[in-house]
Design a protein around this ligand. Structure first.
Ligand SMILES: [Zn+2]
Ligand SMILES: [Zn+2]
Length: 301
């Protein structure tokens, strides 16, 4: 048996051969005490979510939570997912940097790390190598348990295209800075109550909902396309995660930017990108059937 495996990512030019040992696999966890201290910040954030018990909830905090959730979820879906992981539209280097900073505030690590793991999810969807598969490893591991695996820290060469850009390599190192700066600013200008509700809560919801696309939307929902995985379309997640709930459509053709194919499949990320395209900030948004690639036929509305 060969000891290497060909890893290909959405763009064929990034294909690379890597040792078998570097493949992601199932729920392999690291040993104590390392495991205990991994994702320490994530644990702290969940503890801080209890802050409003003492500091209370204000309408100001709730409004800021919604605003920050929307902005940062757009960063996750439009920037980390549809731009860096899948390259489904183009933009200038300077606007890419602005988008990168917005996405960074979601505190979901760097673009290279994010894209690497997501490309793996598509490459090995619902197979043993897909650490995000609820069918293989259960709900908790597919949702967030995989973060405690050392293998989750192994940014392989499937993101070589991103490693060529120095600002992305730098952001990979200092990914916390924009998010923590935002948190500090919220506390400084609005106080503790708004900090806990507006910043901590929106950060956690913005973290759990995209993770639920892996853990929930490969189990619950409908399937339009017979893909090789168990991806689904889930209307509720489609709304909450700004269009990412049309996950079966996305697995059918991950090179397409638009994920909600029918008029009733709300895809807020795509709508905003269309507006940005209209004002010239982004371009070449890949629509279903772009450049004669595999078509994603729009169902009858
Ligand atoms: Zn998926
Ligand atoms: Zn994807």
């Amino acid at each position: 048996m060969s000891d290497s495996v060909a890893i290909s990512v959405p763009a064929e030019e990034h294909a690379v051969t890597l040792p078998q040992a570097q493949r992601h696999a199932g729920p392999e966890q690291v040993a104590f005490p390392i495991r205990t201290f991994r994702q320490f910040g994530l644990v702290v954030f969940h503890v801080l979510a209890l802050g409003p018990i003492y500091f209370g909830i204000t309408w100001e905090g709730v409004a800021i939570a919604f605003g920050l959730y929307f902005l940062r979820m757009f960063g996750t879906t439009a920037v980390y997912h549809r731009y860096f992981a899948h390259r489904t539209y183009k933009t200038s280097r300077w606007f890419q940097f602005i988008l990168l900073m917005i996405a960074s505030t979601s505190l979901q690590r760097g673009a290279i790390w994010w894209a690497t793991h997501h490309r793996d999810h598509h490459r090995f969807s619902d197979q043993d190598e897909d650490a995000h598969s609820p069918l293989k490893y259960g709900f908790f591991h597919s949702h967030m348990g995989w973060l405690w695996s050392l293998k989750a820290d192994n940014p392989r060469n499937v993101a070589r295209d991103l490693l060529k850009q120095p600002e992305l390599v730098l952001q990979e190192k200092f990914w916390m800075v924009p998010g923590y700066t935002l948190g500090f600013a919220i506390w400084y200008f609005f106080g503790w109550s708004v900090f806990f509700v507006g910043f901590i809560w929106s950060t956690l919801v913005g973290l759990h909902l995209p993770m639920a696309v892996n853990s929930v939307v490969h189990v619950w929902g409908t399937r339009r396309f017979e893909t090789k995985d168990e991806s689904r379309n889930n209307w509720l997640m489609g709304i909450l995660v700004l269009g990412e709930g049309w996950h079966n459509n996305h697995h059918h053709d991950q090179s397409v930017c638009r994920q909600g194919l029918a008029w009733y499949e709300i895809d807020i990320t795509y709508y905003i990108l269309r507006v940005l395209q209209a004002v010239g900030l982004v371009w070449d948004i890949r629509e279903p059937g772009w450049q004669g690639k595999k078509s994603s036929p729009s169902p009858q509305a």
